[in-house]
Structures are given as C-alpha cells and as structure tokens.
Design a protein around this ligand. Structure first.
Ligand code: ADP
Length: 360
C-alpha cells in the first residue's frame, strides 16, 4: 500500500467463525474507507450480524484479522476488547436505557453516567463531556430532547439517540445492524436518509448490515453482497447490480429471470431470442434477464410468444407474470400505465445486454 494512502477505517481479512458446526462466517473479507458507507447485504442467516459482531469485538474470530484505523484489533495474535476498539454500534432494538434521560443515554457512549464502558471514561472532564453530548444531540437534530425519557420519543427519534450515543466519542467507524427493522415502512424511508446524512456530516465511516437491497443501494457508497458466510462481491451499487460476478449474486440482487443459453462470443442464443452478452462467453451458460429489460408488445408473428398469466400492480410500477416459450415463467417490470390484460397472448423482446455465467 502507498504510504500516502490512508488505512481503511475498518478492514476485515478472511474472517471465520463457526458455531456448533455451522460456518456462520466462512472467509469473509471487506473494508470500508474513511468516511464511506459500506452496506453488507445478504439474506437472513448469511452471517452478516456475526461479521459485524466480530468487528465490534462481541465475538472472537476462529481465523482471520480485523483492523480499525490501521491497527490490528483481532487476529494475528492480538485482541482488543470491544470498549477499546473505537467503533460505535447501533443495534436493531436501539438498546437505550429506559430509566435514563436522552442526555444520559448519550453520555453513556462517552463513558459517562458511571458507565461500565471504559472507553473514554475519565478521559473527558465533565464540561467537555457535556459539550460532546450537546454536539452529538445537535448532529442528530435532537437538541431539544436531552431531558426527555426514551419512551417519550418516537421510534425514529429513539434510533437517532442510539446513533448520537454511538457517534459521541467521534469514532472512526460506526456499525449499524439492521437499524430500521423496527420502524414502519414510511418512517424507515425517511429515517434512513437522515441517518446517512448524519453519518456523512460526522465524517464517520459505517458498516451497515441489511437484507434490504433498496436500502443498501440507496445508502451505501459500496455494497458487499454476502452469501453463505462470504462477501462474494463488493463494489459501487450500480456496478454490483449491472455486473454481478456470480450467478448467485445475480439471482439474489433484484428479480432475476434465469434462462438457459448457448453462447458464441458476443451473443447468446436463448428461448427469448439471440441476445448480446455483456462480456464474451462460449458454450452452455445460464443467462440473467432482468425484469425491466423484458418489453411486452402486442402479439406479432416472428417475435417471441408469451402468455400473460397474471399482473401485480404496485402503484409506481407493475410486474407482469408471463409464461414464455416452453412454459418458462418470466417476470417483466414496467410502468403502471402499460395496458396489459391477464389471459392475453403477447410478444416479448429483451432490450440491452445480458449477463451470462458458464454452467458447471
Ligand atoms: P444474518 O445476520 O445474516 O441473518 P447471522 O450472523 O445472525 O446471520 O447467523 C449466521 C448463522 O450463524 C446462522 O445459521 C445462525 O443460526 C448462526 N449463529 C449466529 N449466531 C450464533 C450463536 N451465537 N450460536 C449458534 N449459532 C449462531
């Protein structure tokens, strides 16, 4: 590494953790740059929470190493306890102390309120500590709420208190574990953007665990797709979506229609026609056709025939379920105004290039 390149805020290398015979984390590597947001995205049970708990120091890795701000905190014969790792943690259920005011909850993050968390304890005088609590509350827009009790706040506000507590010690990185799963859909949409803006303003790097793709794509600078204990691909949201590296990543991200094909260089022959490939391939392949690339048209001889089996209406878009050639079920997504009637015979066309993956 170039001596002038700053160390990543967090770097995890080849992490492994087994519980009673289950490989919860199975060789996961990821890193997040200073001030950037990394979303660890994957289905339930893929090891996201365990990976985050390893970084926080709530679990000990069986193998691999973790660095925070260029310093090894676990692995390679070293172990730094959680309270001295300089990472703030925001939990799913906020984990606020119900009997403490908002201010005292935030002070707890600084080792205040006779905290048992030693980090920062005794290092900040009372005045400086009070100032930091005020700054953290201001950062999350809750200056007015310092004397309230957690139960007097909405779910979104409580989550912002948890964030203020995590950010008060000015850590280089914050870890967020599905922080909005307890909020209703409308609130979640609003609060997640607020939290992203707060992290940006604080200049704090974040690792954000979620199973929600939309959330990951919207919030993160880079998305790490985690499947079966490993980060299979990591990159900017658009890149990960458009150029999945494996069929598993492609299938997990968005709705993917997967059809068989025979590739010959820049094209692949499928039941949906001869389609240009995103990168050259040869032989038997699996072809990923995104629903938004299937165009449905009035039935016309010479085009690929399909039958409209059903239609799912979502307001801002619709998904049309089609029975394509050979009875293959396909999903096509389009604007809500396109007139589609279940029971109709139509023609379909695939627009743009497709990703292909060699068959094993
Ligand atoms: P995710 O956050 O992606 O849902 P987890 O990291 O919670 O995944 O879990 C990954 C796997 O490890 C799951 O099979 C889960 O049951 C198992 N696991 C997690 N924590 C423990 C534990 N403390 N004891 C035993 N098994 C665990």
């Amino acid at each position: 590494m170039d001596a002038n390149t700053p160390a990543p805020a967090v770097r995890a290398s080849d992490l492994r953790k087994r519980f009673n015979g289950t490989n919860a984390v199975d060789g996961a590597s990821f890193e997040v740059e200073e001030g950037a947001i990394l979303a660890l995205l994957g289905p339930s049970g893929c090891g996201k929470t365990t990976a985050l708990r390893l970084v926080a120091g709530f679990e000990t890795p069986d193998a691999g190493s973790i660095e925070v701000g260029g310093k090894v905190v676990a692995g390679r014969g070293r172990w730094t306890p959680p309270e001295r790792r300089r990472v703030g943690m925001v939990f799913q259920d906020y984990a606020l102390f119900p009997h403490m005011t908002v201010r005292r909850n935030v002070a707890f993050g600084l080792g205040g309120a006779r905290s048992r968390l030693p980090w920062g304890a005794g290092r900040l005088g009372d005045t400086r500590q009070a100032r930091r609590v005020d700054e953290a509350l201001e950062l999350v827009g809750l200056s007015h709420a310092g004397d309230k009790m957690p139960h007097e706040l909405s779910g979104g506000e409580q989550q912002r208190v948890a964030l203020a507590r995590a950010l008060a010690p000015n850590p280089p990185a914050a870890l967020l574990d599905e922080p909005f799963s307890n909020l209703d859909a409308a609130l979640r949409v609003r609060v997640r953007s607020e939290v992203r803006d707060i992290l940006r303003e604080a200049g704090c790097a974040a690792i954000w665990v979620t199973h929600d793709q939309e959330e990951a794509f919207l919030l993160a600078d880079r998305v790490g797709v985690m499947l079966a204990g490993r980060v299979q691909q990591i990159g900017p949201p658009g890149e990960v979506y458009a150029t999945p590296r494996t069929l598993e990543v492609a299938a997990f991200l968005g709705d993917a229609n997967i059809v068989d094909g025979e590739a010959d260089g820049a094209f692949v022959t499928t039941a949906l026609g001869r389609l240009p490939t995103r990168s050259p391939a040869n032989g038997r392949v699996k072809v990923v056709v995104r629903p938004e690339t299937i165009r449905v048209e009035p039935k016309e001889a010479g085009l690929t025939p399909a039958y409209v089996a059903a239609r799912e209406f979502y307001g801002h878009h619709q998904v049309v379920l089609l029975d394509g050639p050979g009875g293959k079920r396909l999903r096509a997504r389009m604007g809500p105004a396109v007139p589609i009637i279940p029971g109709e015979d139509v023609s379909i066309a695939v627009i743009g290039t497709v990703s292909v993956f060699p068959c094993d």
